[in-house]
Design a protein around this ligand. Structure first.
Ligand code: R5P
Length: 304
């Protein structure tokens, strides 16, 4: 078995390889002067089971092509099975044509990955249940919910059903938040979030349940622009929440969102490293917890 890394999240790939007690595969990834990508796998993978770690994070287009070139090169060298380990499945937000004339991006991405020769995919929390059926190869989906919950509760030990609640930021997050709340022995409060599809502006139109005098845990899958995190946190604080903890699996942290989050009313933001968070985007209230052991376990399961 061998593990290779693309360039999008080498720290995570390194952590996974370390846990599996093996070096990362030797590959050269360069760009021609016109910015086209070239990969050169410099070791023998013939007859081996190979895993390629690559998040489809910014710049997603480039990282996708890189992943596909890696898969193709490794398959051409005679690997028996090649699995794409894609901690963050970029393009998964566009899982349907929201307006007539739009592409179903995540469906096409699935086709690219299959066309490159990958035999399977391991990913962490796909943004929507619509994404899975786009793949004809097996997809193993890992959850980071337990990891986030444990991380929060290891530092904040005093939450009880009397003094804390879980808040679902929007309709899409209801079942995720309810599962989280149930495991934590807390109740769920529901927000009616609205996003203007033209401007991207996020507003909260209502709340079902009470947060007054309570610590609030908001649980989401992605922090992209940070608009959801900042707006919902401000809303619950104005409704009397004593503190706000915002948990999310994927830290896309687009544009100036890290700066905006650092200046927000959120007391702690906890995310995972499915996407590499550069030091320039770290801020005092941000904790990044690694999914490396979850992915290393998933890889081990595949090789059994
Ligand atoms: C929405 O469907 C998602 O669960 C997230 O709430 C959303 O992607 C977060 O985006 P942003 O950070 O731009 O508000």
């Amino acid at each position: 078995m061998k593990i290779f890394s693309g360039t999008s999240n080498e720290p995570l790939a390194g952590r996974i390889a370390k846990l599996l007690d093996m070096p990362l595969g030797d590959v050269e990834i360069t760009r021609f002067i016109d910015n086209e990508c070239r990969v050169f796998v410099r070791e023998d993978v013939s007859g081996q089971e190979v895993f390629v770690v690559q998040s489809l994070s910014e710049v997603a287009d480039q990282h996708l092509v890189e992943l596909c070139l890696l898969g193709s090169a490794i398959k051409n060298l005679g690997a028996t099975k090649v699995t794409a380990v894609i901690p963050w499945m970029g393009y998964s937000k566009q899982d349907k044509a929201f307006r007539k004339g739009e592409a179903i991006s995540s469906q096409l991405v699935a086709k690219f990955i299959e066309a490159a020769g990958f035999d399977a995919v391991i990913s962490v929390e796909l943004h929507s249940e619509n994404v899975l059926p786009f793949f004809r190869i097996p997809v193993i989906e890992i959850s980071a919910h337990e990891l986030l919950r444990e991380t929060l509760f290891s530092s904040e030990r005093n939450f009880t059903s009397e003094n804390a609640v879980v808040v679902s930021p929007d309709k899409g997050g209801v079942s995720r938040s309810e599962r989280f709340a149930e495991k934590a022995g807390l109740s769920t409060v529901y927000l009616m979030k609205h996003r203007d599809t033209a401007t991207g502006e996020v507003t909260v139109d209502g709340i079902e349940g009470a947060v007054d005098g309570k610590a609030v845990i908001i649980f989401d899958d992605i922090i992209n622009t940070g608009a959801t995190a900042v707006t919902t946190s401000k809303f619950v604080k104005e409704k009397g929440a004593t503190s706000v903890y915002f948990l999310a699996t994927h830290a896309v942290l687009a544009g100036h969102s890290a700066e905006t989050l650092s200046q927000s009313v959120i007391d702690k933001v906890i995310v995972t490293d499915t996407i590499a968070v550069p030091t320039t985007k770290h801020f005092a209230t941000l904790d990044v917890v690694s999914v490396s052991s979850l992915l290393a376990d998933a890889i081990m399961q595949q090789t059994k």
